[in-house]
Design a protein around this ligand. Structure first.
Ligand code: FMN
Length: 186
C-alpha cells in the first residue's frame, strides 16, 4: 500500500462526534497498511454554502484548498452521520464544491461508513452517499458495509470500538478498498 494517499473526512463537524472517533480508527488502519493518511477537517476548512454567484466571482480560497487536496489523493475515507435519512449538509456541500470547475472527485476510490445513535447505523444515509458519489464518478465497494449503530455504546472512553467484529469489518473494508485503488493506479 506504499505511495497510496488517503484523505479522511468526517461529515460531522462537532468535536465530540462519534464519526470523528470512528474516522480516527479508520485512519490508523490505513496508516498501518502503509498508506499516507491526511485528515481534512470540514469545520476548519469553513467552506461557504454552495452558491453559483460565489463560484462566478472566483473560487474562494477554502474551495481551492479542498479541490487541490482531493486532487492530490487516491482514496477518500468518509465517516458520515445520518441526518434525517441522508448525509450531513456539510459533507454534501463539500462534495458539491469539489465537483465544480473540473470535477476533483472523478476517478477517486472511497471508503464510506458511519456511526449513528439510531438502530440502523447510518444505513439510509450511506445509500444516499453512494448515490451522490456515483454522480461524481467515485468508486465504492458494495461490501462489506460498516454500520455503527447505537453509537453511545459503540465506543470506549479511549475511543476504541467495543465490538471486535465492527473493527474487523472496517479493517477488511479499508484493506480491500486500498487494494482496489492500487489495481486502478497500476
Ligand atoms: C439534524 C439531525 C438529524 C438526525 N437524523 C438521524 C437519522 O435520520 N438517523 C439516525 O440514526 N440518527 C439521526 N440523528 C442522530 C445522529 O445519529 C446523532 O446525532 C449522531 O451522534 C451524529 O453523529 P456525530 O456523533 O458524528 O455528530 C440525527 C441528528 C441530527 C442532529
Amino acid at each position: 500500500m506504499n505511495n497510496l494517499k488517503v484523505l479522511a473526512i468526517s461529515g460531522s463537524l462537532r468535536s465530540e462526534s462519534y464519526n470523528r472517533k470512528a474516522l480516527q480508527i479508520a485512519m490508523r488502519i490505513a496508516a498501518d497498511l502503509g498508506a499516507e493518511v491526511t485528515e481534512l477537517d470540514l469545520r476548519e476548512l469553513d467552506l461557504p454554502i454552495y452558491d453559483k454567484d460565489i463560484q462566478d466571482q472566483g473560487l474562494p480560497e477554502s474551495v481551492q484548498k479542498l479541490k487541490k487536496t482531493v486532487e492530490g489523493t487516491d482514496v477518500l475515507i468518509i465517516a458520515s452521520p445520518e441526518y434525517n435519512y441522508s448525509v450531513s449538509g456539510a459533507l454534501k456541500n463539500a462534495i458539491d464544491w469539489a465537483s465544480r470547475e473540473g470535477n476533483s472527485l472523478s476517478g477517486k476510490v472511497a471508503v464510506v461508513f458511519g456511526a449513528s445513535t439510531g438502530r440502523f447505523g447510518t444505513l439510509r444515509g450511506q445509500f444516499q452517499l453512494r448515490q451522490i458519489l456515483a454522480s461524481v464518478n467515485v468508486l465504492i465497494l458494495p461490501q462489506p458495509q460498516v454500520l455503527i449503530s447505537r453509537a453511545e455504546e459503540a465506543f470506549r472512553p479511549d475511543g476504541s470500538l467495543t465490538e471486535a467484529k465492527t473493527l474487523e469489518t472496517l479493517k477488511k473494508l479499508i484493506e480491500k478498498t486500498l487494494k482496489l485503488a492500487i489495481s486502478i493506479k497500476s
